[in-house]
Design a protein around this ligand. Sequence first.
Ligand code: AMP
Ligand code: MG
Length: 434
Amino acid sequence: MTTSNELSRCVAQFDPQALPVTAAQAIVRQWATPVSTVERVSLADALDRVLAEDIVSPIDVPAYDNSAMDGYAFDGAALAAANDGSVTLAVAGKALAGHPFADHVTAAQCVRVMTGALMPAGCDTVVPQEQVEAASDGQSVRFAAAALKSGANRRRAGEDLARGAPALRAGRIVRASDLGLLASLGIGEVAVRRRLRVAFFSTGDELRSIGQPLEPGCVYDSNRYTLLAMLRRLNVDAIDLGVVRDEPAALEKALLAAAASADVILTSGGVSVGEADLTKQLSRALGDVAFWSLAMRPGRPMAFGRVWSGGRAGAGDPALFFGLPGNPVAVMVTFYQIVRDALLIMAGATLQPAPVLHASSAVSIRKRPGRTEFQRGTARRNADGRWQVAPTGSQGSGVLSSMSEANCFIVLAHDQPDVDAGDTVEIMLFDGLI
Ligand code: AMP
Ligand code: MG
């Protein structure tokens, strides 16, 4: 079992006031272990689930050689034998998709075929119908030999997937094309990991839920909706535990309930310096929790560790705990940059690196070395096909509209200094990430 000592040792080698983002990501990944329960679901329910086993193709796809075109199937040897450069063949019959031609075809014959039709016995080549001249009685066709190679316009059995070949790997998050692929193999059910359960709540005496009056000094709780949405996109089981007051007893109750019901707990608020004491005392008492000051903007303060449903380390069920900052943009940035990979690992998924592009900065950007910044940006492609990006409006960590307006993060690396207009920067497009 990993203890709090181990967690603090992981962090000890870094400046506690400025834990680099890459170090935090590595620590979090190390603590994330996949759920082990596997269940079988029908294909129609498998979208966005994580495969628990490799899928090996039980058949050849396609299962038989077939025509790739509407045309005439024949023995390709006739091409080499063509004397005046053209081939004339008698039409012996026809084959449609699902309606094969039953007889053997001789060297002097061909068969009218439609796309997908089984290649008749004795045929290995298809001449497209556009290339033939049919006799007026329809009994024979003529075409130029030069335009074709033997074996042309034939799809081979197993060309898409050969029997015994791995079609999809364990850890794959099932996409639309995968459902089709599995169906093409005749597979109606797959083994997937059980869905990860993630409980979340907001903390803060100033928070009001939608429908409540907004007294002076209060704000509506938006983080819960952002978190819910981000969790849904990852197809986890999201358990909304509401708003919890800044009160030790209420926080303790919520954390214990969350640890009992979920694999992961996400909270927002209450981890910043000055305010954090409450959460700090509590989550230390409930498990192994470290308080980080990340070298990151937005999203500096964060708590990470384990909370046990029994109220102390080792008692009851553990849950991985992420105490996110309260500021709405900081919540989203820490979720995508720190939490997301841990959730995917725990769900059993094989991590795919987030898509990163290079773009030219339209303006100069101030950047302090010694922290990673995730500025909200609007990227577009210029007429020359290159990406250009500019930060969106106010970059305050409470300004959620900057996130709504943006279509990417501008990722300014730890050691990077100020950016000049025209410099190349890395961007992470939200599409594909979110
Ligand atoms: P905290 O991290 O608790 O100090 O909160 C930092 C800032 O984020 C404060 O202005 C809070 O009012 C705001 N905040 C905290 N939680 C939420 C929430 N759930 N929804 C919207 N704003 C929040
Ligand atoms: Mg607060």
